[in-house]
Design a protein around this ligand. Structure first.
Ligand code: GUN
Ligand code: ZN
Length: 430
């Protein structure tokens, strides 16, 4: 039985940094260690004590690097990897001009496999160990994503994106085929390795009520799967939903009417919410996924992190690659901070780290497996260099405490800050 001890400045989450003082809820042990055995975390504590108790463990001393759970990206579109940072369109135009043409290419399994491998390489270098991805309407795109995750031993969720209206002919399925293809995929993949299936209607404008009904009933049959979609991202989109469904109480109602609301539902963006929608989302235990680089890049609006977390909503954090302009959860935390500032809520570095790991893991209902450095959880771990560039190093040198140092890396860091990544205890980078 091989044991390894990863030593550094170890971050743990004794509480929720939105409910109690951030630096009490999130703690940094400057001389800490994580004991890893058989792919899981076997203990967390002071390095000296763990070294003494486990003298035969292989020690990986990361010096002053920050030891964190791997980042969890709760909303991405891996098929949009190659069209990230496409200029100048708002949501519906952006979908028609860049996204749909690229998604058509995923009918080709070779293109899907190549993109999936590239996507996992890129995100590993950013320290992201788990993500929840939309695929395309093609089952081949789901096969490629899950096969690559299985090969790498990563915990992921994903699903076939379903669309049966308002999309090009070659990207449309039907209510029945969306149900049957999703069912076949979830029966084949859900629970295999570290894989979870997420039933995935793209959003109301591209799914008929019949399709939403079929997918809602599939979810009722498989309630341990996730459900992911988009909600209230742009005002034009909301107006379109109102035109399509004049009798609905609001946008959320178009999902709720078909059983697409409950624990394990992930609603991407959720920016322009009505009071009734907020109440129902909270009562139902659904998660809202904040996609800050996307929301500024596509010009969607300012998510209300302060208000929603204060009211007890479950919130995850995500890149929304490729509507989002980055693969990096550090960059995503920086954008969340900036949006918080524009809404009068300056998020603490401890809150940002928590959202990018524990917050997203809770949203994905995976916090019993990942998202914290805690005995019993899977050993998906990263080491962050807090002085990875000259600009960051000179700022960190003036920091009065570790939180000031961490904040400089959140605001200015990139893949150069990610010194090492372990997936299920196996070192993959650094
Ligand atoms: N709404 C429906 N589809 C998409 C998508 O692919 N990206 C974003 N940002 N919003 C969407
Ligand atoms: Zn999205």
């Amino acid at each position: 039985m091989t044991e390894r001890l990863i030593c550094g400045q170890v971050v743990t989450f004794p509480g929720d940094p939105f409910a109690t003082a951030p630096t009490e809820a999130v703690q940094v042990d400057s001389a800490g260690a994580v004991l890893v055995r058989d792919g899981r975390i076997a203990g967390v504590g002071p390095a000296a004590a763990l070294r003494a108790a486990h003298p035969r463990a292989a020690v990986e001393d990361m010096g002053p690097a920050l030891i964190l759970p791997g980042f969890v990206d709760a909303h991405v579109h891996y098929p949009q990897t190659a069209i990230i940072a496409s200029w100048g369109k708002r949501l519906i135009d952006w979908l028609n001009t860049y996204t749909f043409p690229e998604e058509m290419r995923f009918a080709d399994p070779a293109h899907a496999a190549e993109t999936a491998a590239r996507y996992f390489d890129l995100t590993l270098s950013e320290g992201t160990t788990t993500m929840c991805s939309f695929c395309t309407i093609h089952p081949e795109s789901v096969e490629a994503f899950f096969a690559e995750a299985l090969r790498r031993g990563q915990r992921v969720a994903g699903g076939k994106t379903c669309m049966d209206r308002n999309a090009p002919e070659s990207l449309r399925d039907t209510a029945q085929s969306a149900h049957d293809d999703s069912k076949a995929l979830l029966e084949r993949w859900h629970g295999r390795g570290r894989i979870s299936y997420a039933i995935t209607p793209r959003f109301t404008p591209t799914s008929t009520p019949d399709q939403l009904e079929a997918l809602g009933s599939l979810w009722a049959d498989h309630p341990d799967c996730l459900m992911q979609t988009h909600l209230s991202e742009q005002v034009d989109e909301i107006a379109w939903v109102r035109d399509l469904h004049p009798d609905a109480r609001d946008y959320l109602d178009t999902y709720e009417a078909h059983g697409i609301l409950g624990p394990g539902a992930l609603f991407g963006h959720a920016i322009h919410l009505e009071p009734r929608e907020k109440d129902r989302l909270r009562e139902a235990g659904a998660a809202l996924i904040h996609c800050p680089t996307s929301n500024t890049f596509i010009g969607s609006g300012l998510f209300d992190m302060g208000g929603l977390r204060r009211d007890g909503h479950l919130v995850g954090l995500a890149t929304d690659t490729g509507g989002g302009s980055s693969f990096s959860m550090l960059r995503t935390m920086a954008a969340a901070y900036e949006i918080g500032q524009l809404r009068g809520t300056p998020l603490h570095a401890a809150q940002l780290l928590w959202l990018a790991t524990q917050g997203s893991a809770r949203a994905m209902r995976m916090d019993d497996q990942i998202g914290a450095l805690q005995a019993g959880l899977e050993a998906d771990i990263i080491a962050l260099d807090l002085a990875s560039t000259p600009a960051i190093a000179q700022r960190a040198a003036r920091a009065e405490d570790v939180w000031e140092q961490i904040f400089a890396t959140i605001m200015m860091g990139d893949d150069r800050a990610v010194r090492a990544v372990w997936i299920a205890g196996d070192r993959r980078r650094g």
